[in-house]
Design a protein around this ligand. Structure first.
Ligand SMILES: CC(C)(COP(=O)(O)OP(=O)(O)OC[C@H]1O[C@@H](n2cnc3c(N)ncnc32)[C@H](O)[C@@H]1OP(=O)(O)O)[C@@H](O)C(=O)NCCC(=O)NCCS
Length: 157
């Protein structure tokens, strides 16, 4: 999926605000554009009013990026900018990711997150379940080690 440069700008605007610097989770522009050059990666945007199309909005509230391999899709990045949080946009965007993965023929979606990330409540609300723990998997820029939790959501039909 090759996105227009404007959409990479939109992703990077959210990226710059959404991920706490202490965890070093944000990707740089090169990482985002290189990933999206791969045919199996896709992204989605959400505007502050919940629309998919961000072109008519001056700001983008959030985005996701994912990568599919065969019939499994990994949610690589998922973020809502701080000023738009706790008003349901994360729920809407995650529901969209799940329904497009399912209608696109995926049998399973999965992700990895840092332990204790409140995003876990959101994933649980959409049916994700914990399937594994990697002790001390992430290393923060400050050198701390944090466990990773693997989660999945399977589609039965
Ligand atoms: C996780 C994130 C996407 C949620 O976005 P959001 O727009 O605030 O989500 P919503 O308003 O739809 O809320 C979804 C649910 O998530 C949970 N949640 C979100 N933030 C929370 C927090 N700080 N503390 C506790 N629960 C939280 C709640 O269950 C919430 O539902 P509720 O408001 O009905 O109680 C956002 O906080 C974010 O971008 N965080 C930084 C990036 C990140 O960590 N991404 C996930 C990587 S794995």
């Amino acid at each position: 999926m090759i996105p227009p440069a404007d959409d990479i700008d939109r992703i990077m605007a959210v990226m710059g605000q959404a991920f706490p610097a202490e965890y070093g989770e944000a990707w740089n522009r090169r990482q985002v554009s290189d990933a999206l050059l791969l045919g199996n990666c896709r992204y989605g945007l959400i505007s502050p009013d919940g629309a998919e199309d961000c072109e008519t909005s001056s700001e983008t509230a959030g985005f996701f990026m994912s990568r599919a391999v065969l019939d499994e899709e990994e949610l690589l990045l998922f973020a809502i900018a701080p000023q738009y949080r706790r008003r349901g946009l994360g729920h809407q965007l995650l529901a969209r990711f799940i329904s497009t993965a399912r209608s696109g023929g995926m049998s399973r979606v999965f992700l990895e997150m840092r332990r204790d990330n409140p995003a876990g409540f959101l994933y649980a609300a959409h049916g994700f379940r914990e399937i594994g723990l990697r002790p001390a998997y992430y290393r923060t820029p400050g050198g701390a080690r944090i466990d990773a939790i693997s989660q999945e959501l399977t589609f039965d039909d």
